[in-house]
Write a protein that binds this ligand. Structure first.
Ligand code: CUA
Length: 339
C-alpha cells in the first residue's frame, strides 16, 4: 500500500518544486518590477486567495454532508429533511457568491485604473514593430536627426514612464514582459499603445505571446532598465552613426559586409547599407542578445548565427551564408566593433 503511494508524493513534490521555481526571476508576473505589473500581481493574489478559500469552504461543506449521510446510514435512520435549513444554506451561498463577485469587480476596475494611470504623464515614445520573428524598435524624438532604430532590445530609464506604440508588419504578435506589464497585441493596420515603467534597474525578458508562425517561440526580446544618466549616455551613442573600422581586419570585414548579401537586408548607419528587411546593425555590439534574444551576443554565437541561422532558427528570413574562414573572421572583427 505504502509502496504504491510513494511515487505519487514524489511526483507532487517535483511538480511543486517546478511550479515554485517559476515564481521568481526576470520573466515572471509574480516578480513584478513596475507599477503596472505590481497592480496585476496584487489582483492575481486576491483572486488566488479568494478562490482557494471558496474551494476549501465547498470541500468542508461537502465532507460534512457526506459524514452526516454516513452516520445516518450507520444508525439506519433516515436523515432529517429540513426545507427551511436548505433555504438558509442556499441564500447564504448566493449572498457569499455575490459579495465575492463584487469584490472581484471592484478590484479589477481599480487595477485597470492603475494600468492606465501613466497615460496622463509625459512619456518617451518608442515604436515597436513586430515582424516574423523579431522586433524593430524605433526611438522617436522631436528632432528628426535624433530618431534611430535598433532591434530586439528596448532600453528604458528607471522610474520614468515610456510609451510603446505597437504595430505589426505581417501577422498578429503580442508583446509580453511579465515583470513589467500584461500582454498587448501588435495588430496589422492598427496601432496599440502600452505605457510601462521599471522601478529598478535590470534585465527583463519578454516574449511574443501570440502564435505567429514557425519561430514564434524564438521571438523574444529584452527590456533593459538603467539609471537615467546611464540611459542618456546609451541614447547619445545609439544616435551616432556606426564607428569607423580601425584595424585591417575590421576594414576588410566592412568590405565583406558591403559586398556580400548582408547589405540587402540590414542597415549600418554611416555606410551604404540601408535596407530595413532585417534588424538595424549600426550598434550591434552594444546589444546583449542575437536572433531576437534567442542567443547571448558573443563572437562565437555571432559566427554560428551568420553561417547557419537556418539551423538555429529554421524558417527565419536570414539565409545561411557561404563565407570562407577569412571572410568570416574579418566580418566578425567588423561587427563586434559596432559599439
Ligand atoms: Cu510573434 Cu508569436
Amino acid at each position: 500500500m505504502m509502496r504504491a503511494r510513494a511515487p505519487v508524493w514524489r511526483w507532487s513534490g517535483t511538480w511543486l518544486a517546478t511550479l515554485l521555481a517559476g515564481c521568481a526571476g526576470p520573466h515572471h508576473m509574480l516578480d513584478s518590477s513596475g507599477p503596472q505589473a505590481a497592480a496585476i500581481e496584487r489582483l492575481w493574489w486576491l483572486m488566488a486567495v479568494a478562490c482557494t478559500l471558496v474551494f476549501l469552504a465547498v470541500m468542508v461543506a461537502l465532507a460534512g454532508a457526506f459524514a452526516r449521510r454516513q452516520r445516518a446510514a450507520d444508525t439506519e435512520e433516515a436523515p432529517p429533511l429540513s426545507l427551511a435549513r436548505s433555504y438558509r444554506v442556499i441564500a447564504a451561498s448566493l449572498v457569499a457568491t455575490a459579495v465575492v463577485l463584487f469584490v472581484f469587480l471592484g478590484a479589477s476596475i481599480a487595477t485597470d485604473r492603475k494600468l492606465f494611470a501613466l497615460e496622463a504623464k509625459p512619456a518617451r515614445l518608442i515604436r515597436v514593430t513586430g515582424k516574423q520573428w523579431w522586433w524593430s524598435v524605433r526611438y522617436e524624438d522631436a528632432q528628426p536627426g535624433n530618431v534611430f532604430e535598433t532591434a530586439n532590445e528596448i532600453r528604458i530609464p528607471v522610474g520614468q514612464p515610456v510609451q510603446l506604440e505597437l504595430k505589426s508588419d505581417d501577422v498578429i504578435h503580442s508583446l509580453w514582459v511579465p515583470s513589467l506589464h500584461g500582454k498587448k497585441d501588435l495588430i496589422p493596420g492598427r496601432d496599440n499603445r502600452l505605457w510601462l515603467q521599471a522601478d529598478r534597474p535590470g534585465e527583463f525578458e519578454g516574449q511574443c505571446a501570440e502564435f505567429c508562425g514557425h519561430q514564434h517561440a524564438h521571438m523574444r526580446l529584452l527590456i533593459v532598465a538603467e539609471e537615467p544618466e546611464k540611459f542618456e549616455t546609451w541614447l547619445q551613442r545609439q544616435r551616432a552613426p556606426a564607428s569607423e573600422p580601425q584595424t585591417d581586419g575590421q576594414k576588410r570585414g566592412r568590405d565583406v559586409f558591403l559586398q556580400q548579401s548582408c547589405l540587402m537586408c540590414h542597415t549600418v548607419r554611416g555606410t551604404i547599407a540601408g535596407s530595413r528587411a532585417g534588424p538595424d546593425l549600426t550598434h550591434l555590439a552594444t546589444r546583449r542578445t542575437l536572433g531576437a534574444a534567442s542567443l547571448r551576443n558573443s563572437r562565437e554565437n555571432l559566427a554560428s548565427w551568420i553561417l547557419r541561422p537556418q539551423a538555429l532558427k529554421p524558417g527565419a528570413k536570414m539565409p545561411d551564408q557561404d563565407l570562407t574562414a577569412d571572410e568570416l573572421e574579418a566580418l566578425l572583427d567588423y561587427l563586434t566593433n559596432l559599439q
